[in-house]
Design a protein around this ligand. Structure first.
Ligand code: ZN
Length: 380
C-alpha cells in the first residue's frame, strides 16, 4: 500500500498511462481513459495526495493554463539487484527510474546466503539515500538464465550454476519485500519500456549482445514468454547448418557465430590480438582481412536473425543493446545492411533499429524496473 491510499484498477491505469505517455493534462487523461473530467479530477487528487503524481508544469489549452501531471519520483521506490555483474550491484531507484543510492555486494553463489547479503545491504542502501523502507514497494533481481512465468524461480542459470532456485522466496523471507526475478534480456526490455526509447511502444524486441546473445519481446504491451519461458531466444536459432558445435548441444547456433565469446574466441584462434569487439574493428579498419571476415560473418548472422524477428513479429522497433564503447563499425554496418536486405521490401526501412550501450548500473535500474512494472500492473 502507498501512504494511506488503497490503489484501484483505475489508479493503476492512470499511472500506467502517464508512465508511457509522459506528462499529461487531466482533461487528456479523462478523454483517453474514458472518464468524466470530474471523476478524473478526484482520482488524480488522490494520487497527488499519495505522492504518486506531481504537477510538473502548465500548458496553454484553449487559452487556459492546464497543469501537466507526471509520476512523482519520490512517491515510490524500488530496489534492483544485478547479478549480471561481479560484484553484484544493488540500487535504490525512484519512481521515474533514477538511481538514488547504490552499493556493491558480494555475488554469493549460494542462493540462500545471497538473500542474506541482500538483506544486510538493504538498510545501508536506504540509509545512504535517507529513504524509509516503507516507501520501497518491491525488489527486482536480474540474472542470466531462464526464469519461470511467476518471476519467482530460476529454472536454470549456467553462469551462476543454479537450477530450480526459488530465489524470490528466499529474498522475500529475508527482506519482507515483494521480489521478482527476471532474465537479463527481459530485464533490459522492461527497463526500455518504462524508462527508455520504447516508452510509448507496445510492440518491440530487444537484443542483448553480451557474452551470449539474449532477446526479449514486448507484444501488445506484454512481455512474450511463450509456453515454456523460452520465446524468441534467438541465441540458439540455427544460422549455419554446417556450423560449429554449440554449448547447447546443437550445431551452428547464432551464439556460435555472433556472441561476444564466439567472436573473440574466433579472433584469438585466427591469431588476432583482441580483447573487445572494438579491438577487432580497429584491426579491420587497418586492413586485416581476418578481422573483416569475422566481423562480416558475425554482423550478417545477427542481422539475419533480427530480420527474421521482424518478419515474424513486425515489431515497432528493435533495440540492440551491448557493452561496447563504440558500436558504429563494420559489425554494426553489416548487421544493419543484412536486416534491410532480408526483410520483405514492404517492411524494409520501417522498423527503426536502435543501438544502446548498457553499463553496470543499467542492469540495476533494469532490475528495479521489473518491480516497478509489477507495481504499475497491480501485482504488488
Ligand atoms: Zn545453441
Amino acid at each position: 500500500m502507498v501512504k494511506t491510499l488503497l490503489l484501484t484498477l483505475t489508479h493503476y491505469h492512470i499511472l500506467r498511462f502517464i508512465s508511457a505517455a509522459g506528462p499529461t493534462t487531466r482533461s487528456e487523461l479523462a478523454a483517453r481513459i474514458g472518464l468524466s473530467k470530474a471523476a478524473m479530477s478526484g482520482l488524480t487528487r488522490e494520487l497527488l495526495d499519495a505522492d504518486l503524481l506531481c504537477e510538473t508544469s502548465t500548458v496553454q489549452k484553449q487559452g487556459r493554463p492546464s497543469a501537466l501531471l507526471d509520476l512523482c519520483p519520490h512517491g515510490a521506490y524500488f530496489v534492483g539487484v544485478s547479478m549480471v555483474s561481479d560484484p553484484a550491484l544493488m540500487a535504490l531507484v525512484d519512481f521515474r527510474g533514477a538511481i538514488v543510492s547504490r552499493v556493491k555486494i558480494e555475488r554469493n553463489l549460494d542462493p540462500e546466503a545471497l538473500a542474506g547479503v541482500v538483506s544486510d545491504a538493504l538498510p545501508i542502501l536506504l540509509g545512504k539515500a535517507g529513504i524509509p523502507k516503507s516507501l520501497v514497494q518491491g525488489m527486482g533481481v536480474t540474472v542470466s538464465g531462464l526464469v519461470d512465468h511467476e518471476q519467482a524461480n530460476i529454472i536454470k542459470s549456467t553462469l551462476l550454476g543454479w537450477q530450480d532456485v526459488p530465489l524470490a522466496k528466499y529474498v522475500h523471507q529475508q527482506t519482507q519485500l515483494p521480489t521478482f526475478i527476471e532474465n537479463d534480456a527481459k530485464t533490459l526490455a522492461v527497463s526500455e519500456r518504462l524508462f527508455g526509447e520504447a516508452r510509448d511502444r507496445h510492440s518491440f524486441s530487444l537484443i542483448w549482445l553480451g557474452e551470449g546473445i539474449g532477446a526479449a519481446h514486448f507484444v501488445h504491451d506484454r512481455l512474450h514468454r511463450g509456453a515454456h519461458g523460452g520465446a524468441g531466444e534467438i541465441a540458439h536459432c540455427t544460422i549455419d547448418l554446417d556450423g560449429l558445435p554449440c554449448r547447447c548441444g546443437k550445431v551452428g547456433c547464432l551464439d556460435t557465430v555472433a556472441s561476444m565469446i564466439a567472436i573473440l574466441d574466433m579472433a584469438r584462434a585466427e591469431g588476432l590480438k583482441a580483447e573487445t569487439l572494438n579491438d577487432i574493428e580497429v584491426l579491420a579498419a587497418s586492413g586485416s582481412s581476418v578481422a573483416i571476415r569475422l566481423l562480416h560473418r558475425a554482423g550478417s548472422a545477427l542481422g539475419l536473425a533480427i530480420s527474421q524477428i521482424i518478419q515474424i513479429n513486425d515489431p515497432q522497433m528493435i533495440v540492440v543493446t551491448h557493452r561496447e564503447s563504440r558500436f558504429d563499425g563494420l559489425f554494426a554496418t553489416v548487421m544493419h545492411q543484412t536486416i534491410e536486405a532480408n526483410v520483405l521490401p514492404r517492411l524494409a526501412g520501417v522498423t527503426p533499429i536502435k543501438t544502446r550501450r548498457v553499463a553496470d548500473e543499467d542492469w540495476a535500474i533494469g532490475a528495479a524496473s521489473v518491480a516497478t512494472h509489477s507495481f504499475l500492473n497491480g501485482l504488488i
